[in-house]
Design a protein around this ligand. Sequence first.
Ligand code: HPA
Length: 236
Amino acid sequence: MIPTPHIDCIDQNLIAKTVLMPGDPLRAKYIAETFLTKVVQVNTVRNMFGYTGYFGKKKVTVMGSGMGMPSIGIYSYELFAFYGVEKIIRIGSCGAYSPDLKLYDVILAKDAYSESSYAKTMGISSRKILAGSTVLNNRILKASEETGIPVHVSRIHSSDVFYRIKSDEYKEIHAKFGADAVEMESFALFANAKALKKKAACLLTVSDSLVTHEATSAKERQEAFTKMMELALHSL
Ligand code: HPA
């Protein structure tokens, strides 16, 4: 069933078995232009740019996911179910709930707590905590050792909303569920991987802190994310 409604690639061979997914399609473009060789563009629908190229000898696709669980839910489902993708590593940003996390720290999300009904609606689980792939996580940890880029292994919160009326609600979520940081996508990605018997992992860079209210600029983020991208690419 290709092309799919949201990915206009007509040749399945143009999509690699492994996909790196930043939230921002322009970051996908930046990664392809900066780190990959022999790059071809594989998606333009809705400007959700995707590119396939080579990192050394390894074929890899990098494509934006958009923001939020419904968005990553659509793209990761189409890649897994219709384009033969086996592994997706999300490379995103997060807000720190834990005072121990500093701006630009890199987090490997061992699992994600969410109030989202995504997994239940899909009919795969009524659990509110879903884990990433142990196989992928172990590879990322090995890449962390090899590259010397440190990672915090944490539970994260996949939130349904960015702007909360109760601005210190994060404290409860941190205390009650043990989530150290917040983003808005991983729970749906992990649910799709579980539903389709595929593998997913999530690396995050801390872009802001709910504890200290520090934040990074879009430009600083672009540069700081290099560390995380290198880690993800080396884990391949
Ligand atoms: N909230 C939700 N998602 C995020 C945040 C945040 O503070 N920072 C980066 N992604």
